[in-house]
Design a protein around this ligand. Structure first.
Ligand code: AMP
Length: 537
């Protein structure tokens, strides 16, 4: 396995193989098999472009040969930052075939995040769009290239310029298949630490996750999955997402953005049957569905997850969208739980469902780490065949967030029902979930304290009707001229931080409340009402 990654213990790996959970198949080969079975069937749709399984397979081969021609070798890391375009899928399959390792950056990431990803992984290649939502990714790529000698090649989907080349294609060739137990790609953790951690996902573990998720959604080749969320998210990539759809022979329709304005006409035109949304978007869809004339009748299942939903809202989703709701709890670190259509009473509306694999182990533990009696609320810890045993190159952090016997401490507060269903009750980790975006409080605080007029900063999520939470920064000013919210946002923007991380509110305080141990008491901050803060537009 790639250096810096933690393999599963050999006895468990043997067990997963013996059970057929891990099939010993690289992801690139899984596409090849799908192309043999479903060749002329449509695999991907984007606007007026329709790509069959056979075409996608051949395209991935040409790209693999093109990348190899540029000297991209097995295990090289390739930062991929693309919106929902077919090239994203094709070039990832090409890289999987070579055994090169995509690192999934999000479209909203900027210099700060991308530089971190390149440095942490030693990436030699960046692949992005030319421009996206008025942002020039080529200029960003050139800047990274100038700063980082290891970043050798830049490719673009769209117009090349300067050092940034068009995606290379060449006559297909055979490449030695990568070891299926090795890392296929890196996902980003929502993160509670200053900068995002990377989660190594293997061919074996991720193919299993996507297949198990597809089976829990009862996907068939007649399904049309609408990829509304960015496909670089674990939810839309493999839960079951695009990958699960392709493994089943269905069609994945790529949406430019997840809004009802974009997606409703797509549902209608392509007869989409399944999609996945985060709660804030589901809310938008529910509101819009009430009064637009769009026909969403083809939808049979909407997955909603990634953040907490209010119970009253949960009830409205199915009736408003005219389809079944599936609640999803999941994380890029692995574990996925889904509600199932024929679960016990209260299952779909009142729980986050059951794990997608019988091999998933879930425990609820108290502060000392002891397992709680059934029904008790504590931290969810988990391990299983698609929950990796460590973050990449993060030994100290791993020692804290994995137990000695390999359970991942999720930082989520939960309980299990008598039927084994998971119910999420809250969060221990220092993270804000703003819409579907995860923001590490520590990362924002580290930026804010760089401002000369900031002596100390603590960031928390405050409830928000629409986004679930917004980011509020409590700041102790230094000197006589306290900073304004606009100045702090400008500071972070200027430091190349993704926009969704900029604080929405600012509250100036004399001092931050401290716990008896001298740490910032975020519970006390959360309990504050009427904070007299300044809000962004
Ligand atoms: P990510 O890896 O970005 O998908 O983030 C995973 C985290 O999102 C989990 O650890 C939870 O804190 C949160 N999360 C995901 N799904 C749900 C859900 N259905 N309800 C509440 N929180 C959720």
């Amino acid at each position: 396995m790639l250096d810096g990654c933690t393999p599963w213990p050999e006895d468990l790996a043997k067990r997963y193989r013996a059970l057929g959970v891990w099939r010993g198949e690289p992801i690139g080969e899984a596409l090849r098999k799908a192309a043999r079975r479903f060749g002329p069937h449509t695999a991907l749709v984007r606007g007026n472009r329709r790509i069959t399984y056979a075409e996608l397979d051949a395209w991935a081969d040409r790209l693999a040969a093109g990348f190899a021609g540029h000297g991209i070798a097995p295990r090289e890391r390739v930062v991929v930052q693309l919106p929902n375009v077919p090239e994203f899928a094709a070039l990832c399959f090409a890289l999987f075939r070579l055994g090169a390792i995509p690192v999934f950056a999000l479209p909203a990431h900027r210099h700060s995040e991308l530089r971190h990803l390149c440095e942490l992984t030693g990436a030699t290649v960046y692949i992005g769009p030319d421009t996206h939502r008025d942002f020039d990714h080529r200029a960003l790529a050139e800047k990274l290239h100038a700063e980082l000698p290891s970043l050798r090649s830049l490719f673009v989907v769209g117009e090349p310029s300067g050092n940034v080349k068009a995606l290379p294609e060449a006559e297909p060739a055979d490449f030695p298949a990568p070891d299926p137990s090795d890392v296929a790609f890196f996902l980003l953790s929502g993160g509670t630490t200053a900068l995002p951690k990377l989660i190594p996902r293997t061919h074996d573990d991720y193919l299993y996750q996507s297949r198990a998720a597809a089976s829990a959604c009862e996907l068939t080749r007649d399904d049309v999955y609408l990829a509304a969320l960015p496909i670089g998210f674990n939810f839309a990539w493999g839960s079951p997402g695009l990958l699960g759809t392709l493994l089943t022979g269905g069609t994945a329709v790529l949406a430019d953005d997840p809004t009802p304005e974009t997606c409703f006409p797509l549902v209608e035109k392509e007869n989409a049957t399944v999609t996945a949304l985060v709660p804030s978007l589901a809310q938008l869809w529910v509101e819009e569905a009430g009064w637009t004339g769009s026909n969403l009748g083809s939808l049979r299942l909407v997955q909603v997850g990634g953040a907490r939903m209010k119970p009253e809202f949960v009830r409205s989703i199915g009736p408003a969208l005219g389809c079944a709701l599936q609640q999803v709890f999941g994380m890029a670190e692995g574990l996925l739980t889904f509600t199932r259509e024929h679960g016990p009473a209260g299952h779909v509306l009142g729980t986050q469902g059951l794990p997608v694999s019988d091999e998933d182990e879930l425990r609820i533990v108290g502060e000392g780490g002891a397992e709680l009696s059934p029904g008790g609320i504590g931290e969810l810890i988990t391990r299983g065949p698609y929950t990796p045993r460590g973050y990449y190159r993060a030994d100290d952090h791993n020692a804290r967030v994995f137990t000695e016997d390999g359970f991942f401490r999720t930082g989520d507060l939960a309980r299990l029902t008598e039927h084994g269903e998971l119910v999420i009750e809250g969060r221990l980790k220092d993270m804000i979930i703003r819409g579907g975006d995860k923001i590490s409080a520590g990362e924002v605080e580290a930026h804010l304290t760089e401002h000369p007029a900031v002596a100390a900063a603590a960031v928390i999520g405050v409830p928000d009707e629409f986004l679930g939470e917004r980011t509020c920064a409590y700041v102790v000013a230094r000197g006589t001229r306290p900073p304004t919210l606009a100045q702090l946002r400008e500071l972070m923007h200027g430091r190349g931080v993704a926009d969704y991380k900029l604080p929405d509110r600012l509250a100036l305080v004399e001092a931050l409340p401290l716990t008896p141990l001298g740490k910032v008491d975020k519970k006390a901050l959360r309990a504050k009402e009427d904070i007299g803060e300044e809000r962004a537009e």
